[in-house]
Design a protein around this ligand. Structure first.
Ligand code: GUN
Ligand code: ZN
Length: 439
């Protein structure tokens, strides 16, 4: 049994309402990688064996690890590529870089750097695009396993409108199936079928993706595979989809008509969704992954946060590395807050932290395991150093309540806040006064 004493915070959701638990002087009991109990130190300490060692975090707050529901690990070296809209950016910077992942050694090298960065920023779970190459998928899941992280990912499917080196014209179904058999529900890992977006797949390939999705459904003792793609990110992209798919009602209908929607399907961006599309998303139980950094960086548009509540859509925030410009979910919350404000929507800090923890876990169908620190969940958590920088320390000295504290963290925070990262109750990262140590 391991005991952790700290201020502890996590979001909850009961009967559709986002709430939270906060223990100013809290205690968390962890055994076999899971939360055994959590609550006020003064109450829980009575039930603990006298003499059990306690790890205490002073001037800190302990919370669940972040969940980043949409990003591209092979775009680690694409981040901060200057001055293009989405389609130009893909052709100029992204596709050439993704071609390099035909080399397994390169995939491992970049994969390790990517995971270092995720962890340094306190993200313990993510759903990632790999590239079209199987080797990129093997690298991604092997590293996830080595780092003991709960991760989802998949081989990108593209059989048109991309460089030849990235096309999988005859191999998409077979290669994806091989990767599903190898990695899906292997320890903490989940597979996501990954048609990149409608313009880079033929209808034949979308049918193959749907066939795979139907072959691995949710069952009483086993979670089905996930499905991830992009939707309504930029106006040029939407115009292109209209040309390529003239007979469909709208962009979402392209996926919906091909049976790629549902509770295991996650669509990134959704910046320009119509009300009809939102309605159908809601009817099918499909989720949105919101990417404010990427939408600002590529000039794609401003996400309408008000629509989530109007149509009761499952949603989460994500970095969309490398269209997004920060691995830090603090920074993603900061941008989300500002994007929402520009559309007259005031996002509360509790909603922001929900969308980067439990909301993300729900989108990935992992909320039975992660996303909060309720009893029996996996002990994936981070420790934030409230004295991390002079500015943060001084500003936090002046807050009057938890809401103000969280707002400071999401506005001023970055990787410097994250002092320790744990997965399944084991420390996998410690920031030691500047010398970082990946355990
Ligand atoms: N749409 C299709 N592929 C991509 C990608 O790699 N990044 C982003 N932001 N949008 C996409
Ligand atoms: Zn993306």
């Amino acid at each position: 049994m391991k005991l952790y004493r700290s201020a502890i915070f996590y979001c909850t959701k009961k009967s559709g309402v986002v709430d939270h638990s906060y223990f100013e002087d809290g205690l968390m009991l962890v055994d076999n990688g899971r939360v055994v109990d959590i609550g006020d130190y003064s109450r829980l300490i009575e039930s603990v064996d006298v003499g059990a060692p306690i790890t205490q975090f002073k001037d800190s707050i302990l919370m669940p690890g972040f969940v980043d529901s949409h990003l591209h690990y092979p775009q680690y070296n694409v981040i901060a590529s200057y001055g293009q809209n989405l389609l130009e950016w893909l052709n100029t910077f992204t596709f050439p870089e993704e071609e390099r992942f035909s080399n397994g050694e390169y995939a491992y090298e970049v994969g390790n750097l990517f995971f270092d960065e995720l962890i340094r920023n306190g993200t313990t779970t993510a759903m990632a695009f790999c590239t079209t190459h199987k080797l990129s998928v093997d690298a991604f899941f092997s590293i996830s396993k080595e780092r003991k992280m709960r991760m989802a990912g998949g081989k990108v499917l593209m059989d048109r409108n991309a460089p030849v080196g990235l096309l999988d014209i005859d191999s998409a179904y077979k290669d994806s199936k091989e990767m599903i058999e190898k990695w899906h529900n292997n320890g903490r890992l989940s597979y996501a079928i990954t048609p990149r977006f409608a313009p880079t797949s033929t209808t034949n390939q979308l049918d193959e993706a749907a066939k795979l999705l139907a072959e691995y459904p949710n069952s009483s003792n086993c979670k089905g595979v996930m499905m991830q793609s992009h939707l309504n990110e930029s106006s040029e992209e939407i115009g292109w989809v209209k040309k390529l798919y003239p007979d469909y009602r709208n962009y979402f209908d392209v996926y919906d008509s091909h049976k790629l929607t549902g509770t295991n399907s996650v669509f990134a961006h959704c910046v320009h969704n119509t009300d009809d599309e939102y309605m159908r998303m809601s009817d099918t139980g499909s989720s949105v992954s919101i990417c404010p950094n990427s939408n600002l960086f590529l000039g794609s548009g401003l996400f309408r946060f008000d629509k989530l509540h109007k149509y009761n859509i499952k949603a989460s925030l994500s970095s969309d590395i490398g269209g997004g410009d920060s691995f830090s979910m603090f920074n993603v919350m900061n941008q989300a807050y500002k994007v929402a404000k520009l559309n007259g929507y005031d996002m509360s800090p509790f909603e922001a932290f929900y969308l980067t923890t439990l909301g993300g876990a729900k989108v990935l169908n992992m909320d039975d395991c992660i996303g909060s620190l309720e009893k029996n969940k996996e002990a994936d958590f981070i420790v934030l150093d409230l004295k991390a920088t002079p500015l943060i320390s001084n500003r936090i000295d002046r807050v009057k309540n938890l809401e103000q504290l969280l707002f400071c963290l999401m506005t001023l925070g970055d990787d410097r806040l994250v002092s320790e990262v744990y997965t399944m109750g084991e420390c996998i990262y410690k920031k030691n006064g500047g010398t970082e140590d990946y355990g």
